[in-house]
Design a protein around this ligand. Sequence first.
Ligand code: NAD
Length: 488
Amino acid sequence: MPDLSTTGLHDLAASIAADARHLIGGNLQKGTVHADVSAPWDRRLKVSYTQTGLDDLAAAVSAAHTARQGGRWHRSQARNCLLTLADLLAAEQDVFIGLICFENGKLELAARGEVLGAIAGLRYWAEQAPSESVVTRTEARLTRLTRDPLGVVAAITPFNMPLLMMVNKIGAALAAGNTVVCKPSPDTPLSALHFARLAAGAVPAGVLNILAGGPETGPALTASPEVSMVSFTGSIETGKAIMAAAAPTMKRLQLELGGNDPAIVCRDANVSDVAVNIFRSAFGSAGQACVAVKRVYVHEDLHDELAEELAALSARAVPGRPFSEDATMPALTTRRQLDHLRWLAEDSRKRGGKFIHTGAIDDTVGNFASPSIVTGLTDGAPLVDGEQFSPILPLVPFSDVDPVVDNVNAGRFGLGATVWTEDTERADRIAERLETGMIWVNALPHPDPTVPFGGARESGLGREGGQGGLDEFTEVKCTTFNSKEAQR
Ligand code: NAD
């Protein structure tokens, strides 16, 4: 059990930060640029580390490039490396839980879930291999489909899942035979840099590089001609910048971007059950999950009852520190989100939105905000049409579900959706029409590396997880033999 007191978390983060090293070409190196990380739940707690500069980035990319040449790294070596990493991570899980609590602000249970998910992810990827097959076999010829690694994969990750996202990218990239350069979010670099220490002893030099740099690092990495693929998780805006940066060298892309997941609540849904589930999804992480429920379309007959239930749950919610026994939701990781939340609340009021529950914002010490429930807005309002990534949720009534589905499909987001109804056939009809990458019926998302994860339209490109997700880290190669060679 980690020491989750204020002092315990601060001491842990300070000691890891003071000795933080970046993994570059097999060496654990100190950075050269001073940077701070402060706890979102108490900004007075600041720890310092050193970031890398662009020379270090170039060295990491070059090391990854060299490590791949001449067949020095082959995917058959990935299994042992990934299983070793999983064991090392499991042995140090309390340290990682403490680091995630400090830098991201997650409550202990959620941080534990992230670390256990990362261990499970590494073990899953260790056992996977790209799909290969014979696609044609006739008397005249045989065509074999194999998959080559792409080369150097840039893995760029966001602040909201600082360990899990990075580890899943590493697992798939290595299992496909690639080498990797990881760049964590500058908001949450500590768990990634501690993972770099484990990786130094578990993966051959140059095969896995992890470095935390400043804002110039991401663009430089995605512009590098030595990088063959970018696996990115983050905002739509950054995803578009990466797509543009990838164009000159036609890099392969896996983009897991923002969401604005609707919950569609049909007239026959059980309001109390639905309220508890929607509340957990929308506010359990203070709205900081890509697949959190971000807007609720509810049948008009249930609208008031659901709004009241959500308001009652909101009134009992307690934003708090990772170790607080009373806390039911975390602080927001960044001040940017708090600013955006304030702007959204103000804009919603100006548009005539009615606050069924008004969440308090207390940023005197940390980035704390309680849930807000807003009705009276329609499609077109930024709170309904955009991604809030903070604890404020709009409810929009409907009488006919078809236009709701049409609206969702017409928007820019297409990550996930939840459908709430007792009628399985109705759920199936709605799911069939919804153009989102994932749909959960009377259920909430839960991490599962076997299930392809990702979104339609601007929510992303490609899928992470499962066989398809692994195959995205490869280039298809078809080799055709004539009949004589095929008989050999
Ligand atoms: P962000 O896009 O601001 O940053 C993500 C990463 O990209 C960071 O490491 C950042 O330093 C880097 N970056 C920024 N500009 C870059 C550039 N021009 N080139 C290359 N890299 C650059 O996202 P964030 O605020 O850290 O994360 C929140 C967002 O992530 C939300 O939109 C959320 O929905 C999304 N997200 C999506 C998924 C998914 O699987 N679809 C999962 C988690 C989070």
